[in-house]
Design a protein. Structure first.
Ligand code: MN
Length: 505
């Protein structure tokens, strides 16, 4: 597990809105109720970041102050706002206009049911979120602030689950804004979709993307002693089923040592530069003797983002999804749609890459093998070979369409391959896209979705929706309800919408 993914020390601020009109007694009750709700959130195993209950805000100055504090706080990664009483929303304008942290609007009320026998005017004054939150919703819409609205009683599992997802997405946004992506070499020559505007990415997503040379890795290789390389090879031997050629006295044993040395140097480069995502390309390997396979696969399983062939957008995306899904069941990997299996009833995709699929998605202990690459004129690379776990997953693509970024999601059902693949020397996943291959691939291609994706078994479309909303990025989803006609309309409407409202690039 990558020690750079850490939810400890991060906070979500729970801010309750009110106003001075109600008097001390009611405001004291508002604060107490907010604390009880925060405590419930902190006790829930569905919410994985600490919730800090702030004193209710009652005036424009108090709102401005708390938004300023949130902006400057290194630990605060987002705000949950709730109007326990009425809170005239003009008082929120100055604060919301400078807030640069993600905001979620929780529309709940303290009581679950109406206390029919006891309800009086005091109760009515205290419990006004049904209209107080509408006033707050208006000003957020009026100011065009992207946010998630979660509706329901604060003890309901469905509500806790939605908050928990948003909180994880806020962690992903925090990562995006601090992420440094290292590109070893440039783009695979002539490939279009892996290109994009890196300055725009830094402005609208937050990640910085900079180029380095393969010598930045190879220059480090000599500094590792043979003992360190042997220790890493021992880890390989304990973790994977080593093929005959790579075993002690095997004919390719030295290649295993070479790949271990590459891993040591690559990790050293990433750690020293504080890079949590990286790319390489087989066309710019320089003195790296084999395309890094097992090294990249193991680094990805530790939490690093990766994109092949210079694909920095997918590298960033893999890293951000790994942060969002930290500690959840299921893995997240760099992926590529490789080849199809057409059938009369169902058609499937075999996803894979030349080497670099993350073992976090695997179903059983990976095999460690060596085979020729057949491309790039380098030595045979060592790689981990395995099948992906058959379970629901999403494929996510981030592309640059010229005046903005677009995210495309396709929900898929991962299934067991229909047969063994004894001669396929790479890790793979096999899935049926929703609603079916024909509609899914049509929509994907119409949207310009890349052949590279981030494939995640751990998170759902809702995470990506929240992420896109916070950053103001276009999102199109392909799921079991998608039709080609409505999808095309959505793409056309989005062209107009983002032409008018896209002010970030
Ligand atoms: Mn590729």
């Amino acid at each position: 597990m990558n020690t750079t993914i850490n939810f400890d020390g991060k906070e979500i601020w729970f801010i309750t809105g009110s106003q001075v009109l109600y008097g001390e007694k009611i405001l004291k009750q508002v604060f107490e109720n907010s604390q009880i709700i925060s405590e419930e959130f902190n006790q829930s195993n569905l919410i994985d970041v600490k919730i800090i209950c702030k004193k209710p805000v009652k005036s424009s100055n108090e709102v401005l102050k708390i938004c300023e504090d949130a902006n400057y706080s290194k630990s605060c990664i987002g705000i949950i706002a709730w109007m326990h009483t009425f809170s005239p929303a003009k008082m929120w304008i100055s604060g919301l206009s400078i807030l640069n942290k993600p905001i979620m609007h929780l529309h709940t009320q303290f009581n679950y049911e109406i206390p029919w026998e006891e309800i009086d005017m005091d109760f009515m004054n205290l419990n006004q979120s049904a209209h107080g939150d509408r006033e707050f919703g208006f000003i957020m819409s009026r100011m065009r602030i992207g946010r998630k609205v979660v509706v329901g009683h604060w003890k309901e599992k469905a509500v806790l689950k939605k908050i928990g997802i948003w909180v994880r997405v806020a962690m992903g946004v925090n990562e995006a804004r601090n992420l440094q992506v290292a590109r070893l070499g440039d783009n695979m020559r002539e490939v279009a979709v892996t290109e994009g505007d890196k300055v725009s990415a830094q402005i609208s997503i937050g990640c910085s993307v900079n180029g380095f040379d393969s010598s930045d890795v190879t220059d480090r290789m000599a500094k590792f002693r043979n003992k360190q390389v042997e220790e890493l090879v021992a880890i390989y031997e304990n973790s994977y089923l080593i093929s005959k050629k790579l075993k002690k006295n095997g004919e390719m044993r030295s290649s295993l040592f070479e790949s271990a040395r590459i891993e040591l140097a690559l990790r050293d480069f990433l750690v020293e530069g504080k890079f949590n995502a990286f790319t390489n390309t087989f066309e710019n390997l320089g003195k790296i003797k084999q395309l890094p396979g097992i090294a990249v696969q193991r680094l990805m399983s530790e939490g690093y983002g990766f994109g092949a062939e210079g694909d920095w957008k997918t590298a960033a995306l893999v890293r951000i999804l790994k942060v969002m899904s930290h500690g959840l069941t299921g893995g997240t990997s760099f992926m590529e749609d490789y080849t199809y299996h057409f059938g009369a009833d169902k058609s499937y995709v075999l996803g894979s890459h030349m080497l670099e699929i993350c073992p976090s998605i695997c179903v059983e202990k990976p095999k460690c093998e060596i085979h020729p690459l057949g491309i790039g004129a380098k030595e045979d690379p060592v790689r981990l070979v395995f099948d992906s776990k058959p379970c629901n997953a999403i494929n996510v693509s981030l592309i640059d369409v010229g005046n903005r970024f677009r995210i495309i999601v396709n929900e898929v059902e991962g299934v067991k391959p229909l047969s063994d693949l004894p001669k396929l020397p790479v890790a793979r996943a096999f899935w049926e896209p929703k609603p079916n291959l024909s509609t899914a691939a049509s929509c994907w291609i119409l949207a310009g979705g890349a052949h590279h994706t981030a494939y995640s078994q751990a998170i759902t479309t809702e995470y990506i929706e929240d992420f896109a909303e916070i950053l103001g990025i276009e999102l199109v989803t392909i799921d079991d309800k998608s039709t080609i006609g409505s999808f095309k309309e959505k793409l056309k409407l989005n062209e107009v919408y983002y032409h008018i409202f896209n002010n970030k690039l």
